[in-house]
Design a protein around this ligand. Structure first.
Ligand code: MLT
Ligand code: MN
Ligand code: ZN
Length: 299
């Protein structure tokens, strides 16, 4: 299985256009610290790729990843479709950026699809440009990504955290946010990708315990970070992101796993956006990594 990390930042990116916090200012001063919005490309089969979540950076992310470049025909693209873990704007605004597509396959849960169709009106807006071909995200039961694909996909429901634009819509259920499980049918290698974790259900624990690589929500270092840095009156948990550190933090979940574990979806307030931050050493001592843009993961 071949994975390309296309971006590792939370909504806003690093730097965020209207932010002069130490993380964003540091990234302006040191361009190698910049991070694009969190996204992952997975090779479904030779020459066929899916991108997990369509961020506002998706055009630049494709340009930056030669495996995703078009050709040899003028309008031939290796991009076979999109996998959506949720309906948040930082994971879906890029769908409109792909409107030049002949057609676009999107795997999403019913809750995510309905939010995009009835609140963002993506069907009406993009209909005149391209066709959105919706496919139900398989829950728990893996199915091949493409007909001849060696890669199987399934999702684990994680939480009912819905985007602010979809507040009050649809039934309460835990399919608003899912963790993706990708398995190579030939080698058995398994990756779990979960950039938004409001909780850690038993089914997620079972999935990560069986995985070879786990890439999860590293939005905030600790629960008080959003309040301390003045970006929110809510805690990390209150904002729908389990913190990395502290009681109930995800590092305690990852450290005992046999899998290679990495954090992604880093907010610009997270101390980890500074490569010199001591928090990197704390994670390294527990065998946990921080994902970087352009990282290639082979399983
Ligand atoms: C989130 O990850 O909680 C959302 O992307 C927040 C946002 O809408 O920026
Ligand atoms: Mn986000
Ligand atoms: Zn900032």
């Amino acid at each position: 299985m071949l994975l390309h990390v296309l971006g590792t930042a939370a909504g806003g990116g690093l730097p965020q256009w209207n932010c002069a916090c130490p993380g964003c200012s540091g990234a302006r001063a040191h361009p190698h610290r910049r991070r694009r919005h969190a996204s992952l490309a997975v090779q479904a089969s030779e020459g066929h790729w899916y991108i997990v979540n369509a961020t506002p950076d998706i055009g630049d992310q494709i340009e930056d990843c030669p495996a995703l470049h078009p050709g040899p025909g003028a309008r031939r693209t290796p991009l076979a479709g999109l996998l959506l873990t949720d309906a948040e704007l930082d994971h879906t605004l890029g769908i409109a950026r792909l409107r030049e597509a002949r057609g676009l396959e999107l795997l999403a849960t019913g809750a995510v699809r309905r939010a995009l169709l009835t609140r963002l009106h993506l069907g009406e807006v993009l209909g005149p440009y391209t066709s959105l071909n919706w496919r139900e995200m398989p829950l728990h039961r893996p199915e091949p990504l493409t007909g001849d694909a060696g890669i199987m996909v399934s999702a684990v429901p994680v939480s009912g955290k819905r985007p602010r634009y979809a507040a009050g819509t649809g039934p309460e259920d835990d399919t608003w946010v899912v963790a993706l499980c990708l398995t190579d049918r030939d080698t058995g290698a398994t990756a779990v990708y979960a950039p938004a974790l409001a909780g850690w259900p038993d089914a997620l624990q079972a999935a990560v315990a069986a995985a070879d690589c786990v890439i999860v929500d590293g939005t905030f270092w600790d629960d008080e970070e959003p309040r301390r840095t003045g970006i929110s009156e809510r805690t990390a948990t209150g904002m729908g992101h389990l913190p990395i550190d502290g009681p109930g933090g995800t590092a305690d979940r990852l450290a005992p796993l046999g899998a290679r574990c990495l954090y992604t979806h880093l907010n610009n307030t997270n101390p980890l956006v500074d490569p010199a931050a001591p928090q990197h050493k704390l994670l390294a001592e527990r065998g946990i990594e921080v994902a970087a843009d352009r990282m290639v993961i082979e399983l």
